[in-house]
Design a protein around this ligand. Structure first.
Ligand code: UDP
Ligand code: MN
Length: 249
């Protein structure tokens, strides 16, 4: 099992916060697989050192950028060009299987290892991994991967993961009936969109996130609060310890 790994990517210190929460949530789920973080040179040393406390492997890679600024400008997400950096995942040949997860995802408290094992033993792992990869947008990684795995979307529906493996934190409430039936089994929450959990201001006293009242993440803050709870309880102490360590050297 140690030749299998969850893999994420962070190209800057903000996304490292997400990666740390994801890594911590995977640990809490009791995973027996390795945790690997891909980072680029922009990540600061303190954040890199903290990543090394949570992940088994922290690997420095070059930025791969789609350079497709025209498409990305249309999407109003110019930063997504560098999401192609996740393609370095395919170079991790020390692992027989990798599941790539965005740094803005976390596994929920209801993730169980039994399901997870069954899931990883099926021959569908690559497709599952690709499903997690392919949430994104053209000009970013999705366009490229959809072209490469062009029959993926239509051939075998059995190879598609159920939506609870990639539950969007904002669109949940647009498919409420499905969420009511299956939402409590949520495996992976995905905070997709331009405002990430770490962009909010969190009040640790009231344990609530401040924000615009029309923001669906604020109207239904369950997942956002879950992210911030993990960050406050498991990650902040590591970051504070890192500061102390640096002052002492
Ligand atoms: N990413 C990164 N730095 C960036 C943008 C993206 O490291 O500036 C990585 C990170 O792992 C992120 C993934 O690429 O989760 C995909 O981007 P994002 O999650 O922002 O896209 P969305 O899910 O909102 O479409
Ligand atoms: Mn994402």
């Amino acid at each position: 099992l140690l030749d299998q790994s969850f893999v994420t990517l962070a190209t800057n210190d903000s996304y490292v916060k997400g990666a740390l929460v994801l890594g911590s949530s995977l640990q809490q789920s009791g995973t027996t697989r390795k945790l690997t973080a891909l980072i680029t040179p922009q990540v600061s040393d303190p954040m890199r050192n903290t990543l090394e406390k949570v992940f088994d492997e922290v690997i420095l890679v070059d930025i791969l950028d789609s350079g497709d600024s025209a498409h990305l400008a249309l999407l109003k997400r110019p930063e997504l060009g560098i999401t192609l950096t996740k393609l370095h995942c395919w170079e991790l040949t020390q692992f027989s299987k990798c599941v790539f997860m965005d740094a803005d995802t976390m596994v929920s408290g209801l993730f169980t290892i039994r399901n997870h094992r069954t899931h990883c033993q099926t021959p569908t792992h690559l497709y599952n991994a690709c499903h997690l990869l392919m949430h994104s947008l053209s000009g970013a990684d999705q366009g490229l991967l959809n072209t490469f795995f062009s029959s993926w979307a239509t051939t075998d529906m059995n190879k598609h993961l159920p939506f609870i493996y990639n539950l969007s934190s904002t669109s949940v409430y647009s498919y409420l009936p499905a969420f009511k039936a299956f939402g409590s089994n949520t495996k992976v929450v995905h905070f997709l969109g331009s405002t990430k959990p770490w962009n909010y201001t969190y009040d640790s006293r009231t344990k609530s996130v401040e924000g615009n009242i029309s923001d669906p993440k604020i109207v239904h803050p369950e997942f956002l609060n879950m992210w911030w709870d993990t960050y406050t309880v498991n990650i902040l102490p590591l970051l504070e310890q890192q500061e102390v360590d640096e002052e002492n050297t």
